[in-house]
Design a binder for this molecule. Sequence first.
Ligand code: TPP
Ligand code: MG
Length: 359
Amino acid sequence: MPAEPVKFAVPKMYQILDENGKCNEAEMPKLTNDELRKIYENLVYARMLDGRILNLQREGRCGTYASSLGQEATQVGSAFALGKDDWLFPYFREIGAHITRGLPMHLYLLYWMGDERGSKVPEGLNDFVISIPVGTQNLHATGVAMAMRLKGDKKAAMVYLGDGATSEGDFHEAMNFAGVFKAPVIFVCQNNQWAISLPLSKQTASKTLAQKAVAYGFDGYLVDGNDVFAVLKVAREAAERAKAGGGPTFIECVTYRMSDHTTADDAGRYRTPQEVENWKKRDPIERVRKYMEVKGLWDEVYEKSVVEKANKMIEDDVREAEATPPAEPDDMFDYLYDKIPKNLADQKAEVLAFLKRGA
Ligand SMILES: Cc1ncc(C[n+]2csc(CCOP(=O)(O)OP(=O)(O)O)c2C)c(N)n1
Ligand SMILES: [Mg+2]
């Protein structure tokens, strides 16, 4: 017999709710009508706040921003699967997850306005801060998950990463540790097809990102990331498995970044309008609306109330963020060390003296 390479089959992408709002009821995750409404309202709030932040940036009221447009179902569906005690490790494109977890969103705004105090997550909310270095958060999440397992805590850690992050060493180290130590960690990969201007086809020769989990000894799922119910179902099962000692799961959410990479990018320079148009047809919010309408849970009056509520929350978020007094310039010396070293103490004194002179 000739030598045979190791092979495995890639399943079809998992979907419950299709582009037209047609639902495979047998696969639907258990949800009350209130939960359904909450999911829809989180999706709408996420999209509206995201749009508002883009406008604020254009007006010079916010710094560079990474939009989540089109990726809301991946974010809301996955975060909805977590319990309050579970941990969440974002990267920088998770507005829907932050909303779902209950982060006061003026903090998110503050962060993108360039104020690090936006990273001060309120006590009791088990969410880490935004990670700009691509991939590092995978190690933080896996480390925390390993610690939870050692302590016998029945909690899970969910970490977000992009398709681009799967090329980082940090990602592979985290996956290896997660597999070997059966860490209760869930990798939620937002495969939005692009890493700035690099398309997925140049990111990896693998057919899917989900299959990378196989090499590390655990399961990877290929899921329609624009189907909030499919993401929720797979993420919920992963969280249950993690808490029961079953170890990690990798979930590839196939979605699309409808916007530019950030406000500093122009996606029109590297992708075609046709590609964007094709993905518009797979919008993650439209299909939930259609589904709810058939169920008698959506009509124009409800829509109006959802939009009004979101607008009000957004106005409050913006007002609160902009009303936050500027940070004191000498703040930058205060939080890195427990005891400030002499050279920094000297610099701080110099800054303070300068500020006094300027006053
Ligand atoms: C370690 C590191 N290398 C490079 C960058 C610059 N950078 C920022 S985002 C990005 C692409 C990330 O792509 P992906 O992981 O697919 O996430 P997406 O932005 O598409 O959500 C790169 C290369 C960075 N922030 N950190
Ligand atoms: Mg990407």
